[in-house]
Design a protein around this ligand. Structure first.
Ligand code: ZN
Length: 195
């Protein structure tokens, strides 16, 4: 069994979505001698690195990350190209655009490929539970139509997945695991099992 990790590392040099809060990790208690106490503290937005959006991100008085079903984070997953209409798709869909090659570069956050409204409507009609993409957003900059379509239907969205170029098969068992936190989004550990 091989695991393909779809998660970016969170550290002080991670690039945030334009105008999102900056991430800062620092010592709260620096070790003063060998094997003494170490504590870090962190200040961050929640759409950092590989993360999940809950309905509350755009739909007022709707579900927070902690309200989502843990069963919906795990399961058979189809890997499809952006805007590729396919039969027999699984309840979780990974959209592979190839844009992750720009991760770490400011170019990553602009003019990235996004799914079409027709394609998203097709996925909603297929009753998917979640969608993951290898770009910073399912919407173009300053737009939110696709987010609202998905979140109104209680479909979680994972953005910024890493290593999508390693997903050579059409289907995997995937895991998109957020914190159990009462917020509109959460960093996730995302991975697939390559049997
Ligand atoms: Zn987000």
């Amino acid at each position: 069994m091989k695991i393909i990790d779809l998660t970016y590392t969170i550290n002080n040099s991670i690039k945030e979505y334009p105008e999102d809060p900056k991430t800062e990790i620092k010592y709260f208690k620096k070790p003063t001698q060998k094997d003494s106490l170490t504590l870090f503290e962190m200040r961050t937005g929640l759409h950092i690195g590989t993360h999940m959006d809950a309905p509350l991100h755009y739909i007022n008085n709707s579900k927070k990350i902690s309200d989502l079903n843990i069963e919906d984070f795990i399961g058979k997953t189809s890997v499809i190209k952006n805007n590729e209409f396919k039969n027999n798709i699984e309840k979780i869909v990974i959209i592979k655009t190839g844009w992750s090659k720009y991760w770490g570069n400011n170019k990553y956050f602009y003019n990235y490929p996004t799914p079409s409204i027709e394609f998203i409507q097709y996925l909603i009609n297929e009753n998917i539970k979640g969608i993951a993409i290898d770009t910073c957003s399912v919407d173009k900059n300053n737009e939110n139509t696709i987010h609202k379509m998905l979140l109104k239907n209680n479909i979680w969205i994972v953005e910024n997945i890493a290593n999508s170029e390693k997903l050579s098969k059409e289907k995997y068992e995937a895991y998109f695991i957020p914190l159990k936190i009462e917020t509109e989004a959460s960093p996730v550990r995302a991975y697939v099992i390559d049997k």
